[in-house]
Design a protein around this ligand. Structure first.
Ligand code: NAP
Length: 252
C-alpha cells in the first residue's frame, strides 16, 4: 500500500505528542522530512502551536485529538489518518499514563497495555510493508521486576512492561505485514513533568537516580526515538538511553 503523502513523505503518527518527548520527537521527524500526525488527548492549542512551529520551519504536520484509552476514539484516530493519507508508515507509541492524581484504578493497564495493543491491531492492516511500530518506555518499566521502583511508579512500570510484552508477542503478526517493532527505553528524563511529579512524591528515588550521573535530556531521548523509526536491526530490538547501572543489568 502506498502510504506516503503526495510529496513522498513518510506518514508518522505519534501518540501523546502535544508536549514533552512526543512533541520533540515530532519536531525532529518533521525536520527530517516526515509528515507527522500529532496526537493529543485534550491540549489542542498546544498541539496546534507545535504544528504551526513545524510548518514555519518548513515541515509538515497535522493534529489529531483522541484519548487512546477510549476504544472508539482510537479507531476514529486511525480511520482519520487512513482517510487523509491512505495508510501509515510509522506508529510511535509514546502516550502513557497512570501517574495522574485522579487516575482511576485500572487506568494504568488500560492505557499502557490495552490501548497500545488495540492501537497496533487497529493500525496494522493500514501499515505499509517496511513500516514500523516504536514503543517508548522507561528503564523502570522495561526492567520491571529486576530493580526496585518508586512506590508511586509501580503500577505504571508494571503496566508498561505488560504493554511491552504484548507488543513483543505480536512480532510474528507484525512480521507477516513486513512491519517491525522497536522499543526505546530511557532513564528518568531531566526536566519532564513525570520526573517533577515523582520528585514531589518520592524525592529520594529521583536523587538516587541522579547519583548514577546526569539524567538524559528530552532532546537526547527524543533523538533516540526518532532514530529508532529508521535504524536497521531485528524486530523487537531495544534502544537504551541513559542509566549505566540498568545497562549492566541488560548484559546479564
Ligand atoms: N518523563 C520521563 O522521565 C520518561 C522516562 C523514560 C520514558 N518515558 C516515556 O516517554 C513517553 C512520554 O513521556 P513524557 O514525559 O513526555 O510524557 P508527558 O509529558 O506526560 O506527555 C504526555 C502526552 O501524552 C498525551 N496523553 C496523555 N494521555 C493520553 C491519552 N489517554 N490519549 C492520548 N494522548 C494522551 C498528553 O496529551 P495532552 O497534553 O493533550 O493531555 C501529552 O501529549 C512515555 O511513554 C514515558 O513512559 C518518560
Amino acid at each position: 500500500m502506498g502510504t506516503t503523502d503526495n510529496t513522498g513523505r513518510r506518514i508518522v503518527l505519534i501518540t501523546g505528542a502535544s508536549r514533552g518527548i512526543g512533541a520533540e520527537t515530532a519536531r525532529i521527524l518533521a525536520e527530517g522530512g516526515d509528515h507527522v500526525v500529532i496526537n493529543y488527548r485534550e491540549k489542542r492549542k498546544r498541539a496546534d502551536d507545535l504544528a504551526g512551529r513545524i510548518a514555519a520551519a518548513g515541515g509538515c504536520a497535522s493534529v489529531a485529538g483522541a484519548d487512546i484509552a477510549e476504544p472508539g476514539a482510537a479507531r476514529t484516530l486511525i480511520d482519520r489518518v487512513v482517510a487523509e493519507f491512505g495508510g501509515l508508515d510509522v506508529l510511535v507509541l509514546n502516550a502513557s499514563g497512570g501517574l495522574e492524581r485522579d487516575a482511576a484504578p485500572g487506568y494504568a493497564m488500560a492505557i499502557n497495555r490495552d490501548a497500545q495493543r488495540r492501537l497496533v491491531r487497529t493500525a496494522l492492516p493500514f501499515m505499509r510493508s517496511g513500516g514500523r511500530v516504536v514503543f517508548v518506555t522507561s528503564h523502570q518499566a522495561h526492567f520491571h521486576g529486576r530493580k526496585p521502583v518508586p512506590a508511586d511508579y509501580e503500577p505504571i512500570a508494571a503496566s508498561k512492561r505488560a504493554g511491552e510484552d504484548e507488543l513483543r508477542a505480536m512480532i510474528p503478526e507484525l512480521g507477516t505485514r513486513g512491519v517491525d517493532l522497536r522499543v526505546v527505553s530511557g532513564d528518568m528524563i531531566d526536566g519532564t513533568i513525570i520526573v517533577r511529579l515523582l520528585e514531589r512524591r518520592n524525592p529520594d528515588a529521583v536523587s538516587a537516580r541522579k547519583e548514577h550521573g546526569e539524567l538524559p535530556t528530552v532532546a537526547e531521548f527524543a533523538a533516540a526515538v526518532a532514530a529508532a523509526t529508521r535504524c536497521v536491526a531485528e524486530s523487537g530490538h531495544t534502544v537504551y538511553v541513559g542509566g549505566p547501572d540498568y545497562l549492566a543489568l541488560s548484559a546479564t
